[in-house]
Design a protein around this ligand. Structure first.
Ligand SMILES: Nc1ncnc2c1ncn2[C@@H]1O[C@H](COP(=O)(O)OP(=O)(O)OP(=O)(O)O)[C@@H](O)[C@H]1O
Ligand SMILES: [Mg+2]
Length: 241
C-alpha cells in the first residue's frame, strides 16, 4: 500500500532575485514499511524534497499525499498536528531544544502526542540505550558533541513511532562506531515496520535500504530497488566495508 506520494512536485525558490528551481516535477511513491534512500550531489534538491514531505517548506506546485490524504494544501497549524502525530524528522542541522536535557528532548514528542510519562520514559530509555547515549540523558544538548546531538535527534524522531521517519543525513557527523549503532537501530525499526525516507551520501547507509532514488538537478534520474539475497541488516552492511 502506498503511504506517501508526490505528484509532479515542484519547488522554485524565488526569495532572492533569480528564481532557483530546487525540485522539478518529482513523482515519488513510498509504500508502507518501505525504506527509501535519496541520494544525489550537493544542491540536487534532496533537503528541499524531504522538507516539503514533512511540511517544513511549502511547494510551488504539485501534490503531496500521506496515508491517502492530500496534505500539501494543509494549513500551517494542521501540518503541526500531523507532524506531531505522524512524522518523525531528523534535520541535516539537528535542532534540539537547548534549555532541555537530552532525556526531555527525546520524551517531549511522545508526551505531546499523548503518551503517559511512564511510556515516554520507557521509550526514551530504549532509544538512548540503543544509540549508546544512556549516560548522557541528563546532559544539555550544548554539552554534547555534534555526533551525539545527531543521535539524540534521531532518538527524538523515533520517540513517537511515527507513520513515516524523514531523515536528512542522520549519519553525516558520525564516526564508524556510531554510524553502526544508528544503522542497527534504523534496521531494527524498519524490520518492525517503520517507513523511512532518508537522505544520505553514504553508500553503506544506502545499502541498508530497500530502494535508492537518485536526484540530479531537482529531478529523479534513477529509482532502483536494491537486490539482495536476504534482508540486510546493519551488521552485514558493516562487515562488507
Ligand atoms: N532558502 C533557499 N533560497 C534559495 N535557494 C535555496 C534555498 N534553499 C535551497 N536553495 C537552493 O536549492 C537547491 C537545492 O538545495 P537543497 O538544500 O535541497 O540541496 P541538497 O541536495 O540537500 O544539497 P546538500 O547535499 O548540499 O545538502 C540548491 O541550488 C540551493 O542553493
Ligand atoms: Mg541537504
Amino acid at each position: 500500500m502506498t503511504l506517501l506520494k508526490t505528484v509532479n512536485l515542484v519547488k522554485i525558490y524565488s526569495d532572492g532575485g533569480v528564481p532557483v528551481p530546487a525540485v522539478r516535477g518529482v513523482d515519488l511513491q513510498v509504500d508502507e514499511g518501505e525504506f527509501v534512500v535519496i541520494m544525489g550531489p550537493s544542491g540536487s534538491g534532496k533537503s528541499t524534497l524531504v522538507h516539503m514531505l514533512g511540511g517544513l517548506d511549502t511547494r510551488t506546485s504539485g501534490e503531496i499525499w500521506l496515508g491517502g490524504k492530500r496534505v500539501d494544501t494543509l494549513s500551517e497549524s494542521a501540518w503541526a498536528v500531523l507532524r506531531r502525530r505522524q512524522i518523525g524528522f531528523v534535520f541535516q542541522f539537528f535542532n534540539l531544544v537547548a534549555s532541555m536535557t537530552v532525556a526531555d528532548n527525546v520524551e517531549l514528542p511522545a508526551l505531546l502526542a499523548g503518551a503517559t510519562p511512564g511510556e515516554a520514559r520507557e521509550r526514551r530509555e530504549v532509544l538512548l540505550g540503543a544509540l549508546n547515549l544512556a549516560e548522557r540523558a541528563d546532559a544539555a544538548p550544548a554539552q554534547l558533541s555534534g555526533g551525539e546531538q545527531q543521535r539524540v535527534a534521531l532518538a527524538r524522531a523515533l520517540a513517537n513511532q511515527p507513520t513515516v521517519l524523514l531523515a536528512d543525513e542522520p549519519t553525516g557527523n558520525l564516526d564508524s562506531r556510531n554510524t553502526r549503532d544508528v544503522l542497527r537501530l534504523l534496521g531494527q525499526v524498519h524490520k518492525d515496520g517503520q517507513t523511512i525516507v532518508m537522505v544520505t551520501h553514504d553508500a553503506r547507509v544506502a545499502s541498508l535500504a530497500d530502494r535508492v532514488v537518485s536526484l540530479l538537478d531537482g529531478e529523479i534520474v534513477d529509482d532502483g530497488r536494491i537486490a539482495r539475497r536476504r534482508k540486510g541488516n546493519a551488521g552485514e552492511v558493516i562487515e562488507l566495508r
